[in-house]
Ligand binder design. Sequence first.
Ligand code: DCP
Length: 178
Amino acid sequence: MILSGKEIKKKLGKEIHIAPFNEAQLNPNSYNLRLHQELLVYENQVLDMKEPNPYRRIQIPEEGLVLQPGELYLGRTIETTRADCYVPMLEGRSSVGRLGIFIHITAGLGHVGANGYWTLEIACIKPVRIYAGVEICQIYFSELQGAYTAYNSKKYHNNNGVQPSLMYTEFAPKVEHS
Ligand SMILES: Nc1ccn([C@H]2C[C@H](O)[C@@H](COP(=O)(O)OP(=O)(O)OP(=O)(O)O)O2)c(=O)n1
């Protein structure tokens, strides 16, 4: 069962935390989240899952930034969210999708109890100018059946900015052979 906008509002400050919260961003069954100005772009053409990939941070200027197809831009929401007892999920907005913009490539699911900014895996079909502060995506909350374990990952939980993939931490450290 997906929570209605009215239910999301009722649970604020209790089981659901959205900061900052603005009632104008509430939808019938979701809440719109805004795009922060900072983006992270990988430096290498070929990425490696097993290694930290070098990246640079860029800011979306006042006049906006033209995204290019074929590039991956990691961004984040302005808002932090946390949901205890509910499964948070991220989805695009129709108006954004109609401009050919993806706000995630594959990761739309959050863990119950996860706290922090959402990472946006931004890509586009056509060159498109984007602006910081726009309502770029929406979060919705689903009921969870059954007992669950506390989420306690060292990767993205309680993040305080845009993070690159930390996939490489899942690989065993390299053994040096002499
Ligand atoms: N677009 C997204 C999707 C998820 N998350 C956050 C909330 C999730 O609770 C957390 C972990 O998501 P996944 O389980 O999909 O990612 P991993 O499996 O890589 O991480 P972990 O090993 O911590 O579960 O990352 C995020 O910030 N932005």
